[in-house]
Design a protein around this ligand. Structure first.
Ligand code: ZN
Length: 262
């Protein structure tokens, strides 16, 4: 009888642990995970901090850059792609580290079809008009056929690292016409201004995974837009002397150079 009671108690305990783990995982799937602060990157803190396999454990959808600012990072369906400064796209080893990245598990909370001619600014205005609030972050996935996409990538840097606003003076710009692909992006709220840049930040990856980059401009009229509401934020601040020595009272141009609707 005693054995039976212990068995029942054990099953109940296991059930409670299981439910707790399940709830925690559920919460984490709605969190935005960020490596460092964007202002650290703007001030030239380009050494890789967190390995891609760790970032992937926090999300299957994201963007950022790599150790020494070696190109633009795209994470789509849990796979990391690197757009080098020469425009070539390759898959990346999961031990490579990133100095700045954002990732979440993409779960669409809202979906709608775009069927009007839109440029980057009007696309942002359209999405803005559908959002329940502008005070939380959103992950945004847009799949469609683009009549035009203008992207950039950045070359690998050597120490002493220049500010991002200096690096982008030598950025590579690529333009594509009539191309199918996906926009992997985020919209950050004004209330998170000190840790990121408010507004839209999007990277593009072509459907055949051979072209991509940080989006500077676009034109499209046929796409499916999926939006993931985010209510939790996990920020990984680097344990490095370079980061500890940064002076955030110095202002730095954001270097994102994207067309903004505001
Ligand atoms: Zn970018």
């Amino acid at each position: 009888m005693k054995v039976f009671r212990i068995a029942i108690l054990s099953i109940v305990a296991l059930f409670i642990v299981g439910i707790t783990v399940w709830i925690q995982q559920g919460e984490d799937r709605d969190a935005l995970y960020q490596v460092s602060v964007l202002r650290g990157l703007m001030q030239g803190d380009y050494d890789g901090k967190i390995a891609l396999h760790t970032i992937r454990s926090h999300g299957d959808f994201g963007l950022g850059t790599f150790d020494r600012l070696d190109g633009e990072a795209i994470e789509l369906d849990g796979v990391f792609y690197q757009v080098k400064a020469d425009g070539k796209v390759k898959r990346v080893d999961s031990n490579v580290k990133s100095p700045f990245a954002m990732a979440t598990f993409f779960n669409s909370d809202m979906e709608f079809h775009l069927d009007q001619d839109s440029d980057y600014v009007s696309l942002q205005q359209l999405i803005d008009s559908r959002l329940p609030t502008k005070n939380i972050p959103y992950a945004i996935k847009i799949e469609g056929k683009f009549s035009y996409v203008k992207v950039r990538s950045v070359p690998e840097q050597n120490k002493p690292y220049p500010f991002l606003s200096e690096v982008i003076k030598n950025q590579s710009v690529f333009e594509f016409k009539d191309i199918e692909g996906t926009l992997i992006g985020f919209r950050m709220p004004d209330c998170m201004q000190s840790v990121n840049v408010p507004g839209y930040h999007m990277h593009f990856l072509s459907r055949d995974k051979t072209k991509g980059g940080h989006v500077l401009g676009l034109s499209l009229n046929n796409a499916v837009i999926k939006i993931d509401d985010i209510n939790r934020f996990i920020m990984e601040l680097p344990k490095s002397q370079d980061f500890y020595n940064l002076d955030f009272s110095v202002s730095a141009d954001d270097g994102l150079a994207t067309e903004k609707s505001k």
